[in-house]
Design a protein around this ligand. Structure first.
Ligand code: PGA
Length: 260
């Protein structure tokens, strides 16, 4: 059975003490549950504090970015060694906001992903098409390219822990979610592509999260999809009750998988 992972991407929101409070409350309300795995992705300033605040819990803390070099003149970036030195062993890579506002490309996603794997950091690699690409029928070719280039030269042995987040750009922060049918179709395609590169056994094990305006109302219908293995949640992860409802939907999937 595949892991189910629900991640909260706080983006550039909360001050450190607010983040600590939210993280602690979240850990407390999910205490004793083994699934889904909960991953929090706070801003870089919070990582050390939140990691310490969650040390006796099963909630994982992830960076929102990671650079491919060990050190050097890369203002504003963060290295794998820095993350590991404070116990952070997860990172989001290639979020569409990084691609859109900070010049991230499939090539840089590839460099970051390879470095993360080499360092033992589990990457959540984000892919997804824009609205123009979907409207012009390019969804699958875009996903194919993002996987081909983003995971180029990643070896099967190192691939094991890569998490893919399918986040259609048109659904991020817009209140417009992919329908369960659209999500399932894209996820099944992504799994087939992973199979083509890394073999079917690995494809079957790969966690593919859905992201883009997931909230407490639509989460249940998305989690029902057989190839949706959790969610990468932005806005709704900043409100404890909403995020907990999403987590609960993912938990129900594991307890009683629903037929689509
Ligand atoms: P959203 O963001 O849930 O606010 O749409 C998702 C994401 O960017 O990961």
């Amino acid at each position: 059975m595949r892991e189910i992972i629900v991640a909260g991407n706080w983006k550039m929101n909360t001050l450190p003490w607010e983040g600590v409070e939210l993280a602690r409350s979240l850990a407390l309300s999910n205490k004793g549950h083994v699934s889904p795995l909960i991953v929090l992705c706070p801003p870089a300033t919070h990582l050390f504090l939140i990691k310490s605040a969650l040390r006796d819990t099963s909630v994982v803390v992830a960076s929102q970015n990671i650079h491919w070099e060990h050190s050097g003149a890369f203002t504003g970036e963060i290295s794998a060694d820095m993350l590991l030195s404070i116990g952070i062993s997860w990172a989001i890579i290639g979020h569409s906001e990084r691609r859109q506002y900070f010049g991230e490309t499939d090539q840089t996603v590839n460099q970051r992903t390879k470095r993360a794997i080499e360092a033992g950091i589990r990457p959540i690699v984000c892919i997804g098409e824009t609205l123009a690409e979907r409207d012009s029928g390019q969804t699958f070719s875009v996903l194919e390219r993002q996987i081909d280039v983003g995971l180029k030269d990643v070896h099967v042995t190192g691939y094991g822990g890569v998490v893919i987040a399918y986040e259609p750009v048109w659904a991020i922060g817009t209140g417009r979610t992919a329908s369960p049918e659209q999500a399932q179709e894209a996820h099944a395609f992504i799994r087939a592509e992973i199979g083509r590169h890394f073999g079917h056994e690995i494809a079957a094990k790969t966690v593919i999260q859905y992201g883009g305006s997931v909230n407490e109302i639509n989460a249940a219908s998305l989690m029902v999809c057989p190839d949706v293995d959790g969610a990468l949640v932005g806005g709704a992860s900043l409100t404890l009750a909403k995020f907990n409802t999403i987590i609960e939907s993912a938990r129900n999937k594991r307890i009683k998988p629903l037929p689509i």
